[in-house]
Design a binder for this molecule. Structure first.
Ligand code: SAJ
Length: 426
């Protein structure tokens, strides 16, 4: 069996590696020549634990080859980005371009799988385009079970940093344009997925993916709203949420300076775009989370002394802890906003990278390590709770004004040891 994976990004490349490690003959396809060359040398271009070793192995044993041109295969898995336009609308041009690129190599009986996060209707639109480009092949556009071509939507749901384990262990939705399509894709995923496989329609599977990330966004917005309430009432939001979560049916996420990354802050807009009149809650959550960096800046401004130049230390720049990914990072946004204030000097620390990310360059921001940033600062702002910041000695923070957006100093390190009375039998 041969599989071709179109797009060797943070989902496509690990998928290539896993499929090849299960003995399938895999071609990884990417429009970026540099990526193709690197993979063919057994190297990787993304940061993901254990991926480098696996790629090296499957390239060495000939099971994975990279190419800039799609090759004939029994299954074609599309894993390209679906970005968002300036006005918050989904942009599926990469998906359609991937479709156009595989059209000439398709043959009767092939399976086509779309994995990219996509607005509802994309799989069908892709298939309609393929049917036009290849009138000699029959696609299951009306769910025809006898169609020679098989088409499904099956979203990835892996967490960056845990991709290889989650790719195998997570349950998976497989939405077919026909039942036979879904069953065939299930056979492909069975080669490496140990989680359960749920067969459904392509449209349902598309909305399932968007719903998962919108759920998380709404839940985080709820936590952020409770944080604002606690600020009004001078209460500790971290304590309130932790204690509320002791209820067996309550599971509130954590407040934050905002929601970053290229999934949760984007996917909800794809639902809003499809049903604007039916999504007041999802839209409000987006507004609440997008406003968070601004409210952090207001908290910092309230601590500034207008009479003197002040130094602000900003700890952490990535979009979440213990990664180097700065895409859509609320921490970066906070620092960008701070850099516009008069009479402040900003020193920033990010232990997972060795230079300021592009949007922060040439703004007079000093990049340094956390301890020297704290040392120089009047105000210390914790933006990301990287594990390295756990070890900061409270002595270092004495005489500093603190803005703790992650509850590290104001709750986890400040929790009273006698506030819990253990009653369960050991
Ligand atoms: N965040 C909070 N509070 C929390 C949890 C997260 O503010 O309690 C923030 C983080 O700081 C970060 C953002 O949300 O800025 C997103 O982080 P994340 O770890 O929740 O998610 P991602 O974007 O790394 O990955 C998500 C995952 N989706 C879900 O958990 C529902 C992942 O499984 C998906 O595969 C991925 O999106 C994707 O590709 O769609």
């Amino acid at each position: 069996k041969t599989v071709s994976v179109i797009g060797m990004g943070y989902v496509g490349l690990p998928t290539c590696a896993i499929l090849a490690s299960r003995g399938l003959d895999v071609t990884g396809v990417d429009v970026n020549e540099a990526v193709v060359e690197r993979v063919n040398r057994g190297e990787i271009h993304i940061v993901e634990p254990d991926l480098d070793g696996l790629i090296q192995k499957v390239v060495a044993n000939g099971k994975l080859k990279a190419s800039s041109k799609p090759q004939p295969a029994d299954a074609h898995v599309i894993a390209v980005p679906t970005p968002m336009t300036q006005d918050h609308r989904p942009d599926i041009t990469y998906v359609l371009a991937a479709g156009r690129s595989i059209a000439p190599v398709l043959k009767s009986g092939d399976l086509i799988v779309l994995e990219s996060t996509s607005p509802v209707g994309t799989t069908r639109a892709l298939t309609e385009m393929l049917a036009e480009l290849r009138p000699d092949l029959k696609f299951p556009l009306a769910g025809e079970e006898q169609s020679e071509m098989l088409v499904v939507y099956s979203p990835e749901r892996v967490l960056p940093g845990k991709v290889l384990t989650e790719l195998c262990n997570n349950d998976r939705s497989i939405g077919g344009l026909s039942r036979r399509s879904a069953a065939r894709a299930a056979a492909l995923y069975s080669t490496f997925v140990t989680g359960d496989l749920y067969l459904t329609s392509a449209e349902s599977a598309e909305l399932v993916k968007l719903t998962e990330n919108a759920f998380r966004d709404v839940n985080i917005a709820f936590a952020n709203e409770i944080a604002a309430v606690c600020q009004d009432l001078s209460l500790n939001v971290w304590e309130v949420i932790e204690l509320a979560n002791k209820h067996p049916r309550v599971n509130i996420l954590q407040p934050s300076p905002g929601v970053g990354g290229h999934c949760i802050a984007i996917d909800p807009y794809f639902i809003i775009d499809a049903a604007p009149d039916s999504t007041p809650l999802i839209a409000a959550a987006r507004r609440i989370n997008s406003a968070r960096p601004h409210s952090v800046v207001e908290d910092i401004k309230a601590l500034l002394n207008p009479a003197a130049k002040q130094t602000i230390a900003c700890l952490g720049l990535s979009f979440k802890p213990n990664i180097d990914d700065m895409r859509e990072s609320p921490a970066v946004e906070v620092v960008e906003l701070l850099a516009q204030l008069p009479n402040v000097k900003i020193v920033a620390a990010e232990p997972n990278t060795n230079a300021l990310p592009a949007p922060l360059q040439n703004k007079g921001i000093v990049f340094t390590d956390a301890l020297s940033a704290i040392d120089q600062a009047d105000i210390v702002v914790l933006l990301v709770d990287h594990r390295q910041f756990n070890f900061i000695d409270p002595e270092e923070l004495k005489n500093k004004k603190l803005v703790d957006t992650r509850g590290l100093w104001t709750w986890r390190k400040a929790r009273k040891p006698d506030a819990r009375i253990e009653r369960r039998a050991p």
